[in-house]
Design a protein around this ligand. Structure first.
Ligand SMILES: C[S@@+](CC[C@H](N)C(=O)[O-])C[C@H]1O[C@@H](n2cnc3c(N)ncnc32)[C@H](O)[C@@H]1O
Length: 368
């Protein structure tokens, strides 16, 4: 029998085969990463705030075993044995897979070599769970355990990051495309206000990068008027299908990666990026590419319909200084990539940063 299509058609909920396939893609990707581990006896901990990762840890152990690597499985709660016992033979190549927060936070002698964190919905009495993400090597969205999606892979595992980023970003947004507008439709006035404030001139060519379902495109179209052009770019075909239905012929839509745009140098007067920069695996590379396609003095509009603090609270995590949209961090990133930050506004109801494309393109290096 042919393998099920990885992602169902827009608007159709994944069937059981597709859901099983998705879990297998995730465990297979994790197993590949684990099996490439060069040291002996790697200890892999799968953990989450609600202790619901046992099934995924079992499947990961099976996938590692199927790749010919010996594998031991330590359950949660920790068995009443010496927690170091599994390390009896330090020269073994056996992969050890444990689940439950204890293994990640207080590992036996040594450390956990790879921590896999599962993002689950915040439950009663669970606060600040999102902060565990920061110390994890791999973060998986596990809101729907039948449709897990890898959302972050640490840079030191970078042999896997690009392929995983493409597959997993598409899996994440494809499953959300059909209901995106219904869920977030009330945000449209806030998009329109931000676009108005950005002062995009009539007749301009604007590229909405990571346009999703095209929520900003009506307001962008109004801003550029009948002699301007709006181009929407997205990595996820399902998002573009919805965008095509809602924008009709009023916008050009491109299936492309923000990091490698199929657009000429300096062809855009403005770039609109909502909910994109913070999700790019390398924001500096993305901003450099956005600068390449923008003319000198052109505009960059970085937007989100909630402020950073409000969004972090919704995800159960505290704000950190090293996040790319934190003001000093963003200013440095922009300077290093050919932009100059001109406005920064981060109240609870929205995030808006405006920048101008510098005369010459920068090197992509961040000043110290
Ligand atoms: C959080 S959604 C925001 C969508 C839309 N801008 C909005 O505000 O409703 C992020 C979008 O960026 C797209 N995306 C993620 N990485 C991308 C990339 N490297 N290149 C182009 N689009 C990307 C996703 O497919 C998704 O549609």
């Amino acid at each position: 029998m042919a393998a099920p299509a990885e992602i169902p058609r827009t608007g159709v909920s994944p069937d059981d085969d597709q859901r099983r396939h998705r879990r297998a893609v995730v465990t297979g990707t994790l197993a590949d990463i684990v099996c490439r581990w060069s040291g002996n006896a790697p200890l892999v901990a799968v953990h989450d705030a609600t202790r619901s990762g046992a099934g995924l840890a079992d499947e990961l152990a099976e996938a590692v075993h199927a790749r010919g690597r010996p594998c031991a499985r330590l359950p949660d709660p920790a068995p009443l044995i010496d927690r170091d016992a599994w390390r009896a033979d330090p020269d073994t190549v056996t992969v050890v897979i444990a689940d439950g927060p204890d293994w990640a936070t207080s590992p036996p002698t040594g450390r956990c070599h790879l921590v896999i964190y599962l993002r689950t919905p915040p439950g009663p009495g669970i606060h600040g769970h999102g902060d565990s993400e920061h110390t994890a090597d791999i973060v998986i969205d596990f809101h729907d355990p039948t449709w897990p999606v890898i959302r972050r892979v640490a840079e030191h595992l970078d042999h896997a990051t690009d392929r995983v980023y493409l597959t997993e970003t598409r899996a994440f947004f494809a499953a959300r495309a059909a209901t995106w507008d219904h869920k977030f439709g009330q945000d449209l006035p806030s998009y329109a206000a931000a676009i108005d404030q950005a002062g995009i001139p009539a007749g301009a060519t604007v590229v909405d990068v990571g346009c999703g379902t095209g929520r900003a495109m009506g307001a962008l179209r109004t801003a550029v008027g009948p002699h301007g052009a709006v181009i929407g770019v997205d990595l996820t075909p399902h998002m573009l299908t919805v965008a095509g239905d809602s924008t009709g012929s009023s916008a050009y839509l491109l299936l492309a990666d923000a990091r490698h745009l199929p657009l000429a140098d300096s062809c855009a007067d403005a770039i609109f990026a909502a909910g994109l920069i913070q999700h790019l695996p390398d924001p500096a590379a993305g901003l450099t590419e956005l600068a390449r396609v923008t003319r000198p003095d052109g505009r960059l509009i970085v937007f989100h319909p909630s402020g950073r603090a409000a969004l972090a609270a919704r995800h159960g995590r505290t704000l950190r200084d090293d996040e790319p949209l934190n003001r000093p961090q963003l200013a440095r990133l922009l300077t290093a990539t050919g932009w100059a930050l001109t406005d920064y506004d981060d109240p609870p109801h929205r995030f808006l940063a405006l920048a101008t494309r510098c005369e010459s393109l920068a090197t992509g290096r961040q000043p110290g």
